[in-house]
Design a binder for this molecule. Structure first.
Ligand SMILES: C[S@@+](CC[C@H](N)C(=O)[O-])C[C@H]1O[C@@H](n2cnc3c(N)ncnc32)[C@H](O)[C@@H]1O
Length: 258
């Protein structure tokens, strides 16, 4: 995939930070000293962590040089490193909180990954993860578009190389043998966007990237976005007073160690 864009990503920072804050608020590790933030992006946790773990230092890891640069600029007091989550999972590093907001869906093989991540948690600490729900209509539409019709030629396998996550029961069964406590929930955030193009803008820096990158023609990419916007318009209801509803279902997983 092409480069992640901190500027496009941060266009919706309030909306994106909301789930990050909700995740942090439920991590009951008051004395946390060391937090590792996997897929840290532009370092948003740097502005949130002091409210919940005032004595913690953060080590953020992200595979995008642009994101790491943005994090270093915004929160120079913490450590932001270029790296891969799957590689870090193989390391011996230990910390009080392994935190990951809206990133692990980009890493394959959750059946292998999550137990490995939990092994990095110190006694009394926690693994805390937030990810989008896989089967929401805004993603299903993209999968349908890639699988058939005029867009199929850009996706020879009939699908994009996109992100993946499971439902909460999967993570429960996976972590239950190791975790002393499991806190699992889903939240659907409802907001009103001015129109469906606002939703398209929201996903341009994230979920749309695996679909736009393989389309090797700028005009075709524009037409793909137009068709996507049209299909979203048929699914998301218009709100009284103007705008269109944009529901975003997110899953949360916190696994605590005694
Ligand atoms: C949607 S952003 C989330 C950023 C941040 N956690 C937040 O809450 O705003 C996903 C981030 O995961 C990073 N990422 C994706 N796959 C990765 C991998 N395998 N290793 C490290 N970082 C990865 C991307 O570079 C991107 O910055």
């Amino acid at each position: 995939m092409g480069a992640w864009s901190p500027r496009q990503y941060q266009k919706f920072s309030d909306l994106r930070n909301r789930a990050c804050r909700d995740l942090a608020a439920h991590v009951e590790v008051a004395e946390a000293r060391r937090v590792v933030d996997l897929g840290c992006g532009p370092g948003n946790l740097g502005g949130i962590a002091p409210d919940y773990w005032p004595r913690a230092s953060i080590k953020g890891i992200d595979s995008s040089p642009e994101m790491i640069e943005a994090a270093r600029r915004s929160f120079p007091g913490h450590e932001w490193l270029l790296g891969d989550i799957a590689e870090w999972a193989e390391s011996e590093e230990r910390c009080d909180i392994v935190f990951s907001n809206a990133a692990l869906q980009w890493v394959p093989d959750h059946g292998g990954l999550f137990p490995k991540l939990f092994r990095h948690v110190n006694p009394g600490g926690a693994l805390a993860v937030q990810m989008p729900a896989y089967d929401a209509p805004q993603y299903e539409i993209l999968r349908e578009m890639a699988a058939a019709g005029r867009w199929r030629r850009w996706f020879p396998e009939g699908r994009a190389r996109e992100w993946r996550c499971h439902e909460l029961d999967f993570y429960h069964d996976l972590l239950k043998p190791q975790a002393a406590r499991l806190d699992l929930w889903a939240t659907e955030y409802w907001q009103v966007m001015a129109d469906v193009n606002g939703i398209v803008e929201f996903y341009k820096s994230t979920g749309l990237r695996p679909y736009l990158d393989p389309i090797g023609d700028a005009g075709e990419r524009e037409r793909f976005l137009e068709e996507y916007a049209g299909r979203l318009d048929g699914v998301f209801r218009h709100a009284a007073g103007g705008g269109v509803f944009f529901p975003m279902r997110r899953i949360f997983i916190i696994a605590g160690r005694d």
